[in-house]
Design a protein around this ligand. Structure first.
Ligand SMILES: Nc1nc2c(ncn2[C@@H]2O[C@H](COP(=O)(O)OP(=O)(O)OP(=O)(O)O)[C@@H](O)[C@H]2O)c(=O)[nH]1
Ligand SMILES: [Mg+2]
Length: 174
């Protein structure tokens, strides 16, 4: 094995309704860029980034799924063999949080009970969702919350590091 080889490879999937900012978060993390004009994702896009955390090299294969309803049938297929997932909601649209179980059920039925980090995106904008509602949603499901802004590059790296950490804790040898 050369120094360039990763120690672990993880498939990470982005889940969440259309326009919550999934592609913007991926662009920010993988390419360190932000474009307000990216447009809706059609089907799924794949991105790869290798990171070193605590001396361990992780190759992240990031799957960015279009959030449109018409892709419902594709979700399970794309979620299969995922090591972990982000569920992203948009703090300016309460329905994006209310749909959490639609996404998690598709994930869990395809990939089993894998690690999930909940991402509250667009923290540069005013929230229309109460803290109670958010905490109720994450605590009843024992999930971790990270608040991000893809626009302002806030906490985006942290969200990925948190998910890798959760995956590593859940599966110490892969
Ligand atoms: N203010 C603000 N806008 C954001 C943020 N992240 C994304 N956006 C904007 O929200 C819109 C949707 O972003 P996308 O990244 O395309 O959303 P998506 O979840 O990939 O959408 P689909 O591909 O349709 O599922 C775009 O206009 C982005 O510029 C953020 O953190 N803050
Ligand atoms: Mg997209």
């Amino acid at each position: 094995m050369t120094r360039e080889d990763p120690d672990f490879v993880h498939k990470l999937v982005f889940l969440g309704d259309t326009e919550v900012g999934k592609t913007s978060l991926v662009q920010r993390y993988v390419y360190d860029s932000f474009s307000p004009e990216i447009g809706r994702t059609i089907g799924a896009m794949l991105h790869v980034k290798t990171v070193e955390l605590n001396g361990v090299r992780h190759k992240l294969v990031v799957w960015d799924l279009g959030g449109q309803e018409s892709f419902t049938e594709l979700r399970e297929q794309y979620c299969s063999h995922a090591s972990g997932a982000f569920f992203v909601f948009d703090r300016t649209r309460v329905d994006t949080l209310e749909h959490i179980d639609d996404w998690l059920n598709a994930l869990y039925s395809a990939a089993g009970k894998v690690a999930v980090v909940v991402v509250e995106n667009k923290i540069d904008l005013e929230s229309v969702i109460s803290d109670e509602q958010i905490h109720e949603a994450i605590e009843t499901r024992s999930l971790k919350l990270i608040q991000t802004s893809a626009t302002e590059n806030k906490n985006v790296d942290t969200a990925f590091e948190e998910l890798v950490k959760e995956i590593s804790v859940a599966n110490p040898e892969n």
